[in-house]
Design a protein around this ligand. Structure first.
Ligand SMILES: C[S@@+](CC[C@H](N)C(=O)[O-])C[C@H]1O[C@@H](n2cnc3c(N)ncnc32)[C@H](O)[C@@H]1O
Length: 408
């Protein structure tokens, strides 16, 4: 089976770009609408779906578009904000008002381009944007704040700020030809007219697709998936989710241009703190803290320890650090699967999309190790199926690990 698995780009975020609201803002590790739709096919109409690692709210939005009730969690406040903006219904009047206000902002920003406007404290900012692009973005931001208020204070004007985030990334030197974001060799110089036209095109796309009515509803909550607390009056019967993989991808790293420009992040230290609280986070201080992290309770499946030990004993650089990284990842996922039970209905079904990884030639078989955690925690009917081959390395795959929960 391993040799026949294909890359299937329809099962990645790439296929979401032309799917209305799903294409508003890019997060490379987002999963595909098609995959969620496939998992939803057999569900009853009154099913309640949850995604404890919501990201850009793909699960929540697909579920709500199909008329389901859903509830999703994430630890990142920017993603909570984005998810809410994506899953909201917007009236025609509201969308028309936005267009008028944008026209006012566009009539005003040029006059303040030469002023010292606020720019984010993102490290090495000149690597992201040319000086002139930065001046235009900063002035446009001031004019938009004048009309709509700061994004962090006022999620009701989110559409405009999603469009601005998209402008920020499309005028930057960020490159997306690897699993995680990198930089083009040079920053591109854009003319002011080009930037304005690009902004209007992005905005038109977002406002047009925001017209589509959403039938169901999704509640998006800021919550640590490793410490899920009971939800008042709700138990869910289906989990469809894609947690971080143990591959050192940092979501803060991927999201930082958006988070700095919207003021969800103000300094590098904050990014490290947030990533430390995320499963598999390794950005900034999150890496140095790993060295002093200790497992307090030895309650994990044996398979996890043997994988970790192989990494620790390998002669790779930072083998000790990375063995702790892998141990903490599976420890956090075990805590998650344990605390998840408090919101599950009897006979609930779980579907986890996960990827394997390698450290110094040692395979970390995420699907098998999560299955072992599920078994130890009393889940049943555990199965794992290959979804697709990931493109960077022949031995890397994406799996769907499914299980059932019975409360009796
Ligand atoms: C692979 S992404 C999910 C992508 C999502 N399926 C989508 O389509 O956008 C994993 C998500 O888990 C979130 N996350 C990491 N640790 C978490 C935790 N302890 N609690 C809740 N969410 C967490 C990250 O912020 C990230 O958004």
């Amino acid at each position: 089976m391993l040799t026949t698995a294909k890359q299937k780009s329809e099962y990645t975020f790439k296929a979401n770009r032309n799917l209305g609201r799903h294409g508003w803002l890019r997060l490379t590790p987002a999963y595909s609408v098609k995959l969620v739709e496939k998992l939803l096919i057999c569900l009853e109409k009154d099913a309640i779906i949850a995604d404890p690692f919501s990201g850009t709210a793909t699960t929540g939005l697909v579920a709500a578009e199909k008329g389901y009730k859903a509830i999703t969690f994430d630890i990142n406040p920017f993603l909570i904000w984005l998810g809410k903006v994506k899953c909201e219904n917007y009236s025609e009047n509201y969308l028309a008002d936005i267009r008028l206000q944008v026209q006012k902002a566009l009539a005003e920003y040029k006059a303040i381009i030469q002023q010292e406007n606020w720019v984010p404290q993102i490290f090495n900012i000149e690597r992201w944007w040319s000086r002139q692009t930065l001046q235009v973005l900063a002035a446009l931001r001031v004019a938009l704040v004048e009309q709509f208020g700061e994004p962090i204070e006022n999620s009701s004007c989110g559409l405009i700020w999603v469009a601005f985030c998209r402008l920020v990334i499309e005028t930057s030197s960020a490159a997306f030809n690897h699993v995680s974001m990198s930089f083009n060799d040079k920053v591109t110089h854009f003319e002011i007219e080009y930037i304005e036209e690009l902004f209007l095109n992005i905005l038109n796309f977002i406002l047009k697709t925001a017209e589509n009515k959403i039938l169901g509803n999704t509640n998006i909550i800021e919550m640590d998936a490793c410490k899920i607390s009971k939800l008042s009056n709700i138990k869910v019967n289906t989990i469809i989710t894609s947690p971080p993989y143990p591959n050192r991808i940092s979501y803060i790293r991927e999201l930082r241009p958006y988070m700095y420009w919207t003021k969800f992040l103000n300094e590098a230290k904050q990014a490290g703190e947030l990533d430390w609280s995320a499963v598999g986070g390794t950005w900034g201080i999150a890496t140095s803290r790993l060295l002093s992290w200790e497992l307090l309770e030895n309650n994990l499946p044996e398979e996890i320890f043997s994988t970790v030990e192989k990494i620790r004993l390998s002669d790779g650089k930072n083998a000790q650090l990375l063995s702790i990284y892998v141990l903490k990842y599976f420890h956090d996922m075990h805590l998650h699967l344990s605390s998840l039970k408090s919101i599950l209905q009897d006979k609930a079904e779980l579907h986890y999309i996960v990827g394997n990884s390698t450290f110094f030639g040692n395979m970390v078989d995420t699907a098998t190790l999560l299955s072992a955690s599920m078994r130890l925690l009393g889940y049943s009917d555990i199965q794992s199926e290959i979804i697709r081959k990931r493109n960077c390395n022949k031995a890397l795959y994406e799996y769907c690990v499914s299980a059932k929960w019975s409360s009796s």
